[in-house]
Design a binder for this molecule. Structure first.
Ligand code: HEM
Length: 205
């Protein structure tokens, strides 16, 4: 019995000769390949940048730690407004609450620094309040106030330094502002205290 082969007609009909010109890449596909090469170049540049950093400095960011390595910079949260009384709750005495401090009105979450700011720690007196004055006078008992009246120009610069310290920190982040009662100009300026802590030698203030 002879079986006919199905579908193969090649031996009976010859294929039409391919006389068409070689197809040129369309402008769209060459644009796509430029874009993908660019992406690849950027990708490898990033890998090289961070890889070299880790090899040389043992840090992924060339030793930099600050605002730009703080996740909260890229994940900003809604800013809150506190009264002085509300802020007091976050002074580190309740382990179930975050620790907040304020400096010249700006409130920061410093829970990551609980070793410094929890109740009884070295800088615990800064927690739960705005003690901007004490940062530059070193009067950790008598100057726990936001009252900056009578400070020298250098001391005001010192306050700015500490404000930047918190604003550019690699873990702390701003949570809002504290509303202060207006300072009565007739009240006396806080007098210098007997026992002040000297400025840290390396702080450059
Ligand atoms: C007016 C005086 C001072 C103020 C207001 C002050 C305040 C602070 C604050 C806010 C911190 C940062 C804590 C954190 O990381 O959140 C700190 C850290 C530190 N302070 Fe003080 N401080 C004073 C004086 C001193 C003095 C006199 C010394 C030692 C002689 C000292 C030693 C340190 C050390 C070793 C650290 C941690 C390392 C560092 O961040 O540089 N401080 N201080």
């Amino acid at each position: 019995m002879i079986h006919k082969r199905k579908g193969n007609t090649s031996d009976t009909k010859s294929e039409p000769a391919n006389t068409a010109e070689p197809t040129k890449p369309s402008p769209k596909s060459s644009q796509q390949s430029v874009i993908s090469s660019l992406f690849a170049a950027v990708f490898w540049a990033i890998v090289l940048f961070f890889g070299a950093s880790y090899l040389i400095t043992e840090s992924w960011t060339w030793g930099y730690r600050g605002k730009w390595t703080n996740i909260h910079t890229y994940w900003p949260r809604e800013q809150l407004v506190f009264t002085e009384q509300e802020l007091r709750k976050y002074d580190g005495s309740n382990p179930n609450l975050p620790i907040y401090l304020a400096i010249d009105g700006d409130v920061y979450d410093v829970t990551e620094g609980r070793g410094w700011y929890s109740h009884g720690a070295s800088y615990g007196h800064f927690a739960g309040r705005d003690a901007a004055r004490a940062y530059v006078t070193g009067c950790f008992k008598d100057h726990l106030t936001h009252d900056l009246r009578g400070l020298s120009e250098a001391q005001i610069k010192g306050v700015e330094h500490w404000k930047k310290f918190y604003a550019n920190h690699h873990t702390y982040y701003k949570v809002g502002r504290v509303l202060h009662d207006p300072i009565d100009p007739n009240t006396p300026i806080p007098p210098p205290c007997k026992k002040s802590v000297p400025q840290k030698p390396s702080s450059g203030q």
